[in-house]
Design a protein around this ligand. Structure first.
Ligand SMILES: NC(=O)c1ccc[n+]([C@@H]2O[C@H](COP(=O)([O-])OP(=O)(O)OC[C@H]3O[C@@H](n4cnc5c(N)ncnc54)[C@H](OP(=O)(O)O)[C@@H]3O)[C@@H](O)[C@H]2O)c1
Length: 318
């Protein structure tokens, strides 16, 4: 596994991180906690040290499962969670009011079974709360030693610059994969130039970039991933299949899986620190972790770039 410095922090994070939205068990179909815990252990054993969760994932359930899984291995993990999205009657509501932020940190610490969060990330912007008030409260929480470093998620460059005038952030967490490359234009070069870490999420486009969905899938009740990721419909699904054919060729030549090629592509992009990849089983976690153990060649990357353009993916997903 390759390890990389996270922005201006001293943290060395694995180039492949483990995402734990799916194991919240309320949005991605049902996952047994015992399988989730085995997946987390397999990820750590395979060299992943960055685990990303959020209170919003299963209304705290993902944090609880992560907490149980790392109880006897806290020192092996860089624990990243988030603040600012409350699950209320099934909705994902933004709330960065100081009193809510203050409540959330203690709730997260309790669920995670730890006394410090390594990376606390503002999950989404909340336009109804002045950023100054949120950041002021977060700084007080940091002074109390409850969090080590601050990051943001789903922030554009303009908003990042506003936060940086108020406090130090070490990372940003944007949506990033071969099917969602909006950040190529501005955010990635900005972060590379400013030394801000980038943790890309949705690296497998909700599983589509594993190549396992040959036809438009119908997900089981309770699995809403196709609401969040806009790729499980035409024309994007068909375009993705064209790209996947080339990823499969490269995977075959290298003795790797399609998922590993898609993940490795993401961590080879300039400015990317780590790709956050979800896993529901030990074998998925092991396979995804191993994507951090090889490097696609410049000619592989060139072929992928050409295939991406020829598939018509340069236009935003509709
Ligand atoms: N900040 C944000 O707003 C935000 C938003 C989204 C995600 N995230 C973070 O990013 C993480 C990753 O994104 P994601 O979990 O949404 O999606 P993802 O990583 O693109 O896809 C994960 C899903 O793909 C399938 N999969 C994973 N590895 C596989 C393999 N090797 N072979 C076959 N199938 C495999 C699994 O589902 P099945 O087995 O059921 O197909 C898994 O749940 C999240 O868990 C979360 O931590 C953050």
């Amino acid at each position: 596994m390759e390890y990389r410095t996270l922005g201006s922090s001293p943290l060395k994070v694995s180039a492949v991180g483990l995402g734990t939205w799916a194991i919240g068990d309320d949005f991605w179909g049902s996952v047994a906690d015992s399988d989730s815990i085995k997946a987390i252990h397999a990820a750590i054993d395979a060299g992943i040290n960055l685990i990303d969760t959020a209170p919003a994932y299963g209304s705290g359930h993902s944090e609880e499962v992560v907490g149980k899984a790392i109880r006897d291995r806290r020192d092996k993990v860089i624990l990243a969670t988030k603040v600012g999205i409350l699950r209320e009657k099934g909705a994902f509501n933004r709330n960065l009011k100081p009193e809510s932020v203050r409540r959330e940190v203690d709730d997260s610490l309790r669920r995670l079974g730890t006394d410090v969060i390594d990376l606390w990330q503002i999950h989404w912007p909340d336009v109804s709360t002045p950023l100054e008030e949120t950041v002021g409260e977060i700084d007080r929480i940091r002074e109390q030693g409850k969090i080590r470093f601050l990051g943001v998620s789903n922030f554009d460059v303009e908003l990042i610059e506003r936060v940086r005038k108020l406090t130090e952030i070490v990372s940003v967490q944007p949506h990033y994969s071969l099917l969602e490359r909006t950040i190529d234009a501005e955010l990635l070069p900005y972060c590379a130039g400013q030394g801000i870490g980038v943790l890309g999420y949705g690296t497998l486009a909700g599983g589509l970039l594993t190549g396992k969905f040959k036809k438009l899938p119908r997900f089981e009740a309770g699995d809403h991933r196709d609401n969040f990721y806009p790729f499980f419909k035409e024309p994007t699904f068909g375009k993705a299949q064209k790209l996947l054919a080339v990823l499969a060729e490269i995977a075959g030549e290298r003795g790797r899986s399609v998922a590993q090629v898609a993940i490795n592509w993401a961590i080879r992009q300039r400015g990317m620190t780590s790709a956050l990849v979800g896993a529901k089983s030990p074998s998925q976690a092991q396979q995804n972790a191993a994507a951090g153990e090889f490097a696609l060649s410049p000619s592989d990357l060139e072929r992928i770039e050409i295939a991406w353009k020829e598939a018509g993916l340069a236009r935003p997903a509709k």
